[in-house]
Design a binder for this molecule. Structure first.
Ligand SMILES: Nc1ncnc2c1ncn2[C@@H]1O[C@H](COP(=O)(O)OP(=O)(O)OP(=O)(O)O)[C@@H](O)[C@H]1O
Ligand SMILES: [Mg+2]
Length: 585
């Protein structure tokens, strides 16, 4: 094994030289001279290349490192034993977490299962239990996995970030690693274990190690690692907060994972800079902390990205709002072609603000130029004329910061039709309200607040400091809540749509237009007269009745999409735009 690896690395060392096939080691002569030369060819190929991509591969390691590690592995006798010998299989019992052992002993009741996942209820446990098989390689397996990883890092010349689609990325790596395993009889891996090792290496190189299966579960919204020797928690779409059988045994394991994630996006987390807030290549949001920022160990919070964004039909289907409120918001966002409304979406943490903003933004006509400004880019819009801006924290030297406000100000110099600010928290509020007041009609943002009144108070007080009079530019506040329903579990509801009035008279107030009634679980329209409707009447020449009729027609149209089960965001957005084109005739 060591001879063989030595040979490989000698070849790697001959950078820039033509490939010289190494003589096959004596021991292996009969066995696989051909497969070995394949491997050598690959090695030779990367030595010929200038290797820019290989240099960008994760974890640049030196040849010396690899050799040292290999000889160490060998010294410890952890390398695959001689030909013919079976790999030592470790009993997985000691690899189980305490929580899992507790689950084994308990009088559990399975309440759901899908794929490999099982959901249990445990007596006297407030949280449900999420169980998924955890592959924890034994120490001998780990040594082999590491060896394959080292070889793969050298041989595979595609940097993971070059393949954006995570599924494709995995497949490409899986195939390459399988080739390496097949081409390396020296590793002495029984054929039946090829896939086990290929899976394990992929999980560690481009996946998420032991939380990989959680990342792949579409039912999970959030994955929360809170430290070593304590279970990983997950937030499930249906069952909310759950405890899992997965546990990191050391802080080092968590830090390794954090560093791997950080490296993929060109960032670093360490004692000097122990916080990371970032977006993964697939759009998922990641926050990582390390000691000393978190006392009990490193943490990782992953908000998973939904590949298929919610459409208005999805939100209607899940009861977040009804067709009437949806048709109303559609009309306001589009503005009957004359005057789109400026809207703030308010709600608590994880209530669905960004999702709702995304849905409303999908109503924006294709003729408009849209600029979005976010802390971490989450919006996923169907239009082409869209510029995405993303804030950036200061670098290690404390320079280079791009605040939300700097970006929002800049966006106003880019001749936008619509400015959408992901989350309004500080000075950017003033800038967004400037956009509201300077003809960028149909601009929107989200605010952390629980009611229209609280939104007004928050916006007009520090740190946002928007003067009362500027509120005249804001038309509507849409409030969304995440609630717990005894039967349905977590539900999200638009609980109020309010119009902001009176700002020009120095007394901004909010008038409720729609209000959610929890008993029948319905959004009820109130009879409030609307300033916005008067503006629409004046600018469009339609009567109030005609506008209301149009909203009803749109509600009927949405009902039709619902019935036909058209719910994919792009198709819904297309059909809604086609509807408007037809209206114009
Ligand atoms: N109406 C909805 N129905 C079902 N799930 C939803 C709905 N809205 C949002 N979600 C899910 O809830 C999670 C949080 O949504 P979102 O990011 O939109 O919330 P937020 O209020 O913007 O959160 P934050 O406060 O962290 O910015 C996401 O996983 C999203 O897919
Ligand atoms: Mg958000």
């Amino acid at each position: 094994m060591a001879d063989y690896m030595d040979q490989l690395f000698k070849n790697v060392k001959k950078k820039g030289q033509p490939a010289t096939p190494a003589p096959p080691p004596k021991k292996e002569e009969k066995k696989a001279p051909e497969t070995k030369s394949k491997l050598e060819e690959k090695l030779a190929a990367i030595t010929r290349e200038a290797k820019p991509a290989a240099a960008a591969a994760p974890a640049a390691i030196t040849l010396e490192d690899v050799r040292k590690q290999l000889s160490e592995i060998k010294k410890e006798g952890k390398v695959a034993p001689g030909p013919g010998k079976e790999l030592e299989e470790k009993e997985p019992e000691d690899q189980k977490s305490e929580t899992e052992k507790e689950l084994d002993r308990s009088d559990k009741k399975e309440i759901d299962s899908y794929g490999n996942t099982k959901i249990y209820r445990l007596p006297n446990q407030p949280l449900l239990y999420y169980w998924t098989p955890v592959v924890r390689p034994g120490s001998s397996e780990k040594a082999i996995i590491n060896t394959i990883k080292e070889v793969a890092t050298r041989i595979i010349s595609i940097a993971p970030y070059k393949i954006r689609d995570p599924e494709q990325r995995r497949n490409v790596y899986y195939q390459r690693i399988l080739e390496i395993i097949k081409d390396s009889p020296e590793l002495n891996i029984p054929k039946a274990k090829f896939e086990f090792y290929a899976d394990a290496v992929v999980r560690e190189m481009v996946g998420f190690g032991i939380i990989d299966s959680l990342i792949k579960d579409d039912q999970l919204e959030e994955i929360m690692v809170i430290g070593p020797n304590t279970p990983v928690y997950v937030f499930h779409r249906k069952y909310e907060m759950m405890i899992t059988n997965i546990e990191f045994f050391t802080d080092g394991e968590i830090q390794d994972l954090i560093n791997r994630i950080a490296r993929q996006i060109g960032r670093r987390v360490d004692i000097a800079s122990p916080l990371l807030d970032a977006r993964l290549l697939d759009g998922s949001r990641v926050n990582a902390t390390m000691p000393p920022a978190t006392v009990q160990g490193s943490t990782l919070t992953i908000r998973k990205f939904r590949e298929e964004p919610y459409s208005i039909i999805d939100l209607i289907n899940s009861g977040t709002l009804d067709v009437h409120a949806a048709a109303f918001l559609w009309t306001c966002t589009e503005g009957m072609g004359v005057r789109p409304a400026n809207i703030l979406i308010s709600g608590g943490t994880g209530s669905g603000k960004t999702t709702l903003l995304n849905v409303l933004a999908s109503f924006i006509p294709d003729t408009d130029r849209v600029i979005t400004i976010e802390d971490t880019a989450e919006l996923n819009l169907p239009m082409r004329h869209w510029i995405r801006m993303e804030a950036r924290p200061p670098g290690l030297e404390g320079t280079g910061e791009l605040t939300m406000d700097i970006l929002t100000k800049n966006s106003l110099r880019m001749r936008p039709d619509r400015v959408l600010v992901g989350e309004v928290r500080h000075d950017e509020a003033f800038t967004l309200f400037t956009a509201f007041n300077t003809g960028h009609d149909g601009s929107m943002g989200t605010v952390h607040a629980n009611s229209p009144q609280e939104t007004v108070i928050r916006v007009t007080n520090p740190p946002m400091n928007v003067p009362d009079v500027m509120l005249s530019g804001l038309n509507f506040i849409v409030v969304i809540h995440r609630l717990h329903d005894k039967k349905l579990g977590t539900i999200r509801r638009v609980t109020e749509i309010a119009e902001v009035t009176g700002a020009l008279k120095g007394k901004p107030k909010t008038d409720t237009i729609f209000k959610w009634d929890p008993v029948p679980d319905m959004l009820k329209r109130t009879d409030e007269p609307m300033e916005y409707m008067i503006t629409l009447q004046e600018l469009s020449g339609y009567t109030r009745k005609q506008i209301e009729d149009e909203i009803d027609k749109r509600a009927t149209f949405l009902t039709k999409l619902l019935r036909e089960n058209v719910h994919e965001m792009r198709s819904v957005s297309r059909k809604m735009k086609d509807y408007l084109t037809m209206q114009k005739g």
